[in-house]
Design a protein around this ligand. Structure first.
Ligand code: FAD
Ligand code: NAD
Length: 577
């Protein structure tokens, strides 16, 4: 009999036990999780150091433990039971060679069984891996970086939203002066703000590692490249697979001729908060550019934006962009539309940028320049040709409804399959791909994928835009509800918003929706559900919404479409159906 102790858990002490995963009499195998600990930063399992039977459990949920605390007694184990030298099960830093003896199955199209390799651990990859493991597949998850979570968790959605939250507090505090509350000039500790953002990221990525371990997913750290249709190489170690899901994501596009200079950054550099530039130029008026512009403006930089086309957030309806454009035109130094960056020169005193465009200055000098001109799929980095997988010149891997590539047992999901490059699209595809491999009859066929720009104000849309509906010749009716008539928006001091619904003129079903205003991103899900369920505007209008909320504006927009609105004057056009 031997005593299992808490292994090295880094800097943490007195960590609460949140779950005991075994009972007295249970047979466990080496690496089976025994108890789960939750520190401030991560959830982690303590694994069994060897095979054996649980004889006695020495801790309970709610107890706190540190390195060396005895947690249970194990008999008949064939390994060293003292777990003090084993790392916590949340990380596996080195590439792990695969056992030679694992079972193999056919490499045919769909079908179940065999080993699944998931290449990339972003929202697409980890979701696919977790779902596949839950469905009983043997899963190996390969990630080139030490932490799981991909762009979204490490250098995308999550850190950007943490900084946008700070930005919102700064601007709200500043604007409270309007109704008689002054806080004075804020003192910003950039180091602490950056550390807090990193803590948020660490908590999530650590949690993912714990979840992977509990599902017995083998996490291999290293850079993968295909060598045959059934093998990948990970830093010199060959891994065989029966099925593969490629979830290797995308990267920032680099414009040619831009000098290599630390003052010229991409979104990852911008999130590092390495000093606050006095003057910041954002190249690209898309979502990344405008979200980061919002952060730096709130922190105190003088921000300029240059956009090649004539509009910010191309592709989004203009009535939704207008309130954002109006607000940032008043706050930012310049917004140059229809303007091309003709040259960038790194000089001692700053980065000199020259422009070509009507009304644009010939050149200006900035302290930092953020390049945010789009992202490119990573298909060209995987030696996919060795597996026979076709990759487009844009790095995109084309897939069918089941997310299969041209090679039936190799599927692809997320940014690498092209737009929209959004985390929630990747996760949805991940679930479909895992279920397809498990033999389920499913397809990726959402009726709408919402987009949100977490700017101030936020812009959110889903389903068809007005432009798309017009281009496709879809006959629709529109109901717009201006937030000037929303009690909640007025009481929040931000009445510049708008909520609109598009309905099919014949079926009356909701086919599209858009919201601009504070918290628009939280409001759009109702319209996405309506579209997915085939609801019509009357369904939304007849649903009792809580008052006073911004969510009411969705009901009011539905009432405008149906001609039964009472909160604004919109003459009755039709009876309630
Ligand atoms: P990724 O998250 O890119 O993950 C791919 C993973 O594969 C990476 O971890 C990478 O290291 C790994 N990988 C690649 N090649 C290899 C290899 N050869 N070997 C091993 N591993 C490899 N989307 C939203 O929906 N909402 C947002 O608010 C949002 N904000 C964003 C903010 C920023 C600044 C950025 C840059 C993006 C944002 N996105 C947002 C987009 C979102 O991050 C992506 O759509 C999402 O991460 C795509 O997920 P994925 O799983 O396809 O790939
Ligand atoms: P984007 O394609 O959305 O915007 C890039 C912008 O740069 C476009 O407006 C384009 O016209 C402009 N541009 C291109 N070349 C230019 C040039 N030479 N000079 C000036 N402007 C130029 O790309 P992005 O903002 O980099 O974001 C990439 C992807 O990441 C997006 O497609 C989005 O799917 C995803 N993302 C999503 C979120 C979110 O959901 N909140 C946030 C960030 C990123």
């Amino acid at each position: 009999m031997s005593t299992v102790k808490v292994p090295d858990i880094g800097e943490f002490t007195e960590v609460p036990v949140i779950e005991v995963l075994v009972a007295v009499g249970d047979q466990v195998k080496a690496e089976d999780p025994l108890i789960t600990l939750e520190s401030e930063k991560a959830t982690m399992d303590v694994p069994a150091p060897g095979d054996g039977t649980v004889e006695e459990i020495l801790v309970a949920v709610g107890d706190t433990v540190s390195e060396g605390t005895a947690i249970l007694r194990l008999s008949g184990d064939d390994g060293e039971a003292d777990g003090a030298d084993d790392g916590p099960s949340e990380s596996q830093a080195e590439p792990t060679p695969e056992p030679e003896s694992s079972p193999k199955s056919s490499t045919g199209g769909s079908g179940t069984g065999g080993r699944l390799v998931v290449l990339g651990s972003g929202p697409g990859g980890y979701t696919a891996a977790f779902r596949a493991a839950d469905l009983g597949l043997e899963v190996v998850l390969v990630e080139r970086y030490e932490t799981l979570g991909g762009v979204c968790l490490n250098v995308g959605c999550i850190p950007s939203k943490a900084l946008l939250h700070a930005a919102r507090i700064l601007t709200e505090a500043d604007e409270a002066e309007e109704f008689g509350i002054s806080f004075g000039k804020p003192e910003i500790d950039l180091g602490r703000l950056g550390a807090w953002k990193d803590e948020v990221v660490d908590k999530l990525t650590g949690g993912l590692a714990g979840l992977a371990k509990r599902r017995k997913i083998k996490v291999v750290t290293g850079t993968a490249a295909f060598t045959t249709p059934n093998t990948i190489d990970v830093d010199g170690t060959s891994i065989e697979f029966d099925h593969c899901i490629i979830a290797a994501g995308s990267r920032s596009i680099e414009l040619p001729g831009i000098p290599d200079d630390e003052r010229i950054i991409d979104s990852t550099g911008a999130l590092e908060l390495d000093g606050l530039p006095d003057r910041l130029l954002v190249v690209g008026g898309g979502i990344i550019g405008l979200e980061m512009a919002c952060v730096y403006d709130a922190l105190g930089s003088r921000v300029s934006v240059v956009e090649l086309t004539d509009e910010l957030i191309p592709g989004c309806d203009r009535d939704l962009v207008r309130p954002l454009q109006k607000r940032i035109s008043e706050r930012y130094e310049t917004i140059m539309l229809g303007t091309r960056v003709a040259g960038v020169e790194a000089q001692k005193s700053g980065v000199k940028v020259s422009f070509e465009g009507e009304g644009a200055p010939e050149s200006e000098r900035y302290d930092k320049v953020l390049m945010a001109v789009g992202r490119r799929a990573n298909g060209d980095l995987l030696e996919a040709e060795a597996a026979g997988v076709e990759v487009g010149s844009d790095g995109v891997i084309a897939v069918d409804e089941q997310r299969r590539s041209n090679v039936a047992h190799i599927l692809a999901i997320g940014d690498i399959t092209g737009g929209p490059m959004l985390a929630h699209k990747a996760t949805h595809e991940g679930i479909v791909a895992a279920e397809v491999i498990a033999g389920e009859d499913v397809a990726y066929d959402p009726r709408s994928v919402p987009s949100v720009a977490y700017t101030d104000p936020e812009i959110a849309w889903t389903g068809l835009t007005e432009t798309e509906a017009a281009e496709q010749g879809v006959k629709f009716e529109k109901g717009s509800f201006p937030w000037q008539a929303s009690g909640r928006a007025l009481a929040t001091g931000r009445p510049e918003g708008l909520t609109k619904l598009l309905v099919d003129a014949e079926s009356r079903r909701v086919i599209g929706a858009g919201v601009v205003g504070v918290n628009a991103g939280e409001l759009i899900a109702e319209a996405a559900l309506a579209i997915e369920m085939g609801a019509n505007a009357t369904d939304i209008g007849l649903t009792v919404h809580p008052h006073p909320t911004l969510s009411e504006t969705m009901k009011f927009a539905a009432e405008v479409v149906e001609g039964v609105a009472t909160d604004i004057y919109a003459p009755k056009r039709a009876p309630r159906r």
